[in-house]
Write a protein that binds this ligand. Sequence first.
Ligand code: SF4
Length: 98
Amino acid sequence: MDMVAIPCLKYMIFSICPADGARNVAMRLEVDPLQCGCTGYCVKLAPVLFGWLPQGGAARARKAPESDDERRLAREAADLCPTRAIRLRETAGGDGDD
Ligand code: SF4
């Protein structure tokens, strides 16, 4: 059987996209409290980025991801969130404001 190498499109996009490198990248991180299902996955995965609202009932973003590791964790949390309550917005070369 012949083997055919199929490149991972996600990896290719991130590897060529300047927004994923260490260059002046800003990421905005938000949690929709009305959509959060309180599973705690994001809080367990990245407690530096996610916590609970003081009154409980939903997760919240604690801070904007600043390093490549934090941006990777934020993306992973967004992928894991079963209710799609985590919103990420990345801008290259910006300060995070629109
Ligand atoms: S992973 Fe999603 S549903 Fe679970 S606590 Fe975090 S934001 Fe809420």
